[in-house]
Design a protein around this ligand. Structure first.
Ligand code: NAD
Length: 484
C-alpha cells in the first residue's frame, strides 16, 4: 500500500498555454498557499489559497450585498446569464478537464474529466431552460390562491472531492437561477478544480454573487451555521451530513442533503450475462468507483452467477487504468490515501473471510500514486464488510441469491438508499422488483445515469431533498402563497 508520495517517471507535456494562465489566475500570493498533489504521480499540481473564517465572513457579506439586484433581474435574465456561463465553461473545457484530471486523478478520456466538464455545461444549460411559472392553486370565485417561489437569499454549497466540478454546478446552477447568491466551500482535496470552474463562470456574473471559500471543515461548519445563510446544499458523507443538520439547527436553515450510498444491483435469472456486463461494469466502476450512486453490491441469481462473474471479469480486464493524462486510460487512481486505505482494508478483510478474488486485489506497492487495481470479489456473505460498508473505490462484491424475496431483503438491509438497479429483459418483472427497493432512484438495465430534467435524491440515511428538474429548482426557493 502506498505510504507516501514517490516521484513519477512519466513526463507529461502540457501544450495548453491557457492551462497555465487559468492556474495562475487562481493562485494565491507566493508562499501563502497550500500545494495540491496529483494522486497519480505525486507531482505538485498547483497552490490553493488557505481561506479562513475571515474570508468566509467577507464572502458572505459580499453575497448578501449582491443578491437583491440579482433577484430583481427575474428568471429570464438570470437564465440568460447561466447560458453565457455555460458557453464560458465550454470555451475553457479542455483546460478545466486537464486541471480536474491532475487534481482529482480521473482520466481525461472515458466517462471522466472531459465528461465531467461536459456535464457542467449541460447542467448549466438545462437548469437555465427549466420552466417555472406561478401555480394557481384555487380560483373558485371566492378564493384565489397562487403559489410562487421566492429567492432564499444566500445559499451555502458544500461539496466532496469525487466529482468536484459537476457537483458544484448541481448546487450553484439552480441556486443562481432562483435568484440566490452562492458561497461555495469545496473539498480540501480538490479546491483547484472548483476555484477554476467558478473563476470561469464568474466571467458572466455580477461581482460578489458567487464566491469560493477554499477552507477546511471548520469553514464548512461555520457556513452551515452562519445566520446570513438561508440554505445549505450539501453533498458528501452521511457523517458530515449529520453534523450539518446539527450546526444548521439554530438558524432553521433549509437543507438539501445528498449523502453516502451503497447501491445494490439485482440481476434477475433471465438476464443475458454477456449483454449486461459492460453496463454493469460502468455502473460500478465509473470514476474508478468513487461515485455516490455507483453500483456497490451486485446480487446475481444462482442460475447465472458463474456466467455473470465470467463476463464481468472479461470486461474489467480490458479496461486500462493509469495516469489520467494518458489518453489510453479510462480508470485512474483513488483520489487520496484515506480512500485508498478504505478500499484496501475492505478487500483484505474479504480475502481473510474466505471470499474468492476473481480479479485484482493485489495492489502494486512499488507503483507511484494511489492506484488500486480493478477488483471483483465473489462468494461472500451479505454481512461481509465489503458488502455492508460503502467502499467508494474499484472493488465490487458479487453476492449469490436464490429467490427474489431474498435479493430484495438483502438489498434493503442497509440504512442507506441512494440508488439501486434491476437487470432483466422483462421490463415489467424488473419494475415490480424496483417498486420493492428502498432507494431514491431505481434504474432498469443501467445504473447511475443522472439527468438534469429528472429529480435525484436519497432515501433513508442517503439524505433528503432532491436536486435537478423543476422539483430541484423549487428546493432553491421559498414557497410563498398569495391568497386574495
Ligand atoms: P465529506 O463529508 O468528508 O466532505 C464533504 C465536504 O464537507 C468537504 O468540503 C468537507 O470540508 C466538508 N465538511 C467536513 N466536515 C464538515 C462540517 N462539520 N460541517 C460542514 N462541512 C464539513 O465527504 P467526502 O469524503 O468529500 O465525499 C465522499 C462521500 O460523499 C461519500 O460518502 C459519497 O457517497 C458521498 N457523495 C454523495 C453524493 C450524492 O449525491 N449523494 C455525491 C458524491 C459523494
Amino acid at each position: 500500500m502506498p505510504t507516501g508520495w514517490r516521484p513519477c517517471l512519466l513526463e507529461v507535456e502540457y501544450p495548453l498555454e491557457t492551462y497555465d494562465a487559468l492556474l495562475a489566475s487562481i493562485a494565491p500570493a507566493a508562499g501563502t498557499g497550500r500545494t495540491i498533489f496529483d494522486p497519480a504521480t505525486g507531482e505538485a499540481v498547483g497552490d490553493a489559497p488557505i481561506h479562513d473564517l475571515d474570508h468566509l465572513e467577507n464572502a458572505v457579506a459580499a453575497a448578501v450585498a449582491a443578491q437583491p439586484a440579482w433577484a430583481a433581474l427575474g428568471h429570464e435574465a438570470r437564465s440568460a446569464a447561466l447560458l453565457k456561463a455555460a458557453n464560458a465553461v465550454e470555451r475553457s473545457a479542455e483546460e478545466l478537464a486537464q486541471l480536474l484530471s491532475r487534481e482529482q486523478g480521473k482520466p481525461l478520456n472515458g466517462p471522466n474529466a472531459r465528461f465531467e466538464v461536459g456535464a457542467c455545461v449541460a447542467w448549466l444549460r438545462a437548469t437555465a431552460g427549466l420552466p417555472l411559472e406561478p401555480e394557481t392553486l384555487v380560483d373558485d370565485g371566492e378564493t384565489r390562491a397562487e403559489l410562487h417561489y421566492r429567492p432564499i437569499g444566500v445559499v451555502g454549497a458544500i461539496g466532496p472531492w469525487n466529482w468536484p466540478m459537476m457537483i458544484t454546478v448541481w448546487q450553484l446552477a439552480p441556486a443562481l437561477r432562483m435568484g440566490n447568491a452562492v458561497v461555495v466551500k469545496p473539498s480540501e482535496y480538490t479546491p483547484l478544480s472548483v476555484l477554476a470552474l467558478v473563476k470561469v463562470i464568474n466571467e458572466e456574473l455580477p461581482e460578489g454573487l458567487l464566491a469560493v471559500v477554499s477552507g477546511d471543515r471548520n469553514v464548512g461548519a461555520r457556513l452551515a451555521e452562519h445566520p446570513a445563510v438561508g440554505k445549505v446544499m450539501f453533498t458528501g458523507s452521511t457523517t458530515t451530513g449529520k453534523a450539518i443538520i446539527r450546526s444548521s439547527a439554530d438558524t432553521v436553515k433549509r437543507l438539501t442533503l445528498e449523502l453516502g450510498g451503497n447501491d445494490a444491483g439485482i440481476v434477475l435469472p433471465d438476464a443475458d450475462p454477456q449483454a449486461i456486463a459492460q453496463d454493469i461494469f460502468w455502473g460500478a466502476f465509473i470514476n474508478t468507483g468513487q461515485t455516490c450512486a455507483a453500483l456497490k453490491r451486485l446480487y446475481v441469481h444462482e442460475d447465472i452467477y458463474d456466467a455473470v462473474c465470467d463476463e464481468l471479469t472479461n470486461v474489467a480486464k480490458a479496461m486500462p487504468m493509469g495516469n489520467g493524462l494518458d489518453e489510453n486510460n479510462v480508470l485512474g487512481p483513488l483520489q487520496n490515501q484515506a480512500q485508498y486505505d478504505v478500499v484496501a482494508n475492505l478487500v483484505e478483510a474479504a480475502k481473510a473471510s474466505g471470499a474468492r478474488i476473481l480479479l485484482g486485489g493485489n495492489p502494486d506497492t512499488d507503483q507511484p500514486g494511489y492506484f488500486y487495481p480493478t477488483t471483483l470479489v465473489a462468494d461472500m456473505d451479505n454481512g461481509n464488510p465489503l458488502v455492508a460498508e460503502e467502499q467508494f473505490g474499484p472493488a465490487l462484491p458479487i453476492i449469490r441469491y436464490s429467490t427474489i424475496d431474498e435479493a430484495v431483503e438483502k438489498a434493503n438491509g442497509l440504512d442507506v438508499g441512494l440508488g439501486a438497479s434491476v437487470w432483466s429483459p422483462d421490463l415489467q418483472a424488473a419494475r415490480d422488483v424496483a417498486a420493492r427497493l428502498q432507494a431514491g432512484t431505481v434504474w432498469i438495465n443501467r445504473h447511475g445515469a443522472v439527468d438534469p430534467r429528472i429529480p435525484f435524491g436519497g432515501a433513508k440515511q442517503s439524505g433528503y431533498g432532491v436536486e435537478f428538474g423543476v422539483e430541484g429548482l423549487k428546493a432553491l426557493g421559498v414557497p410563498q402563497v398569495i391568497n386574495g
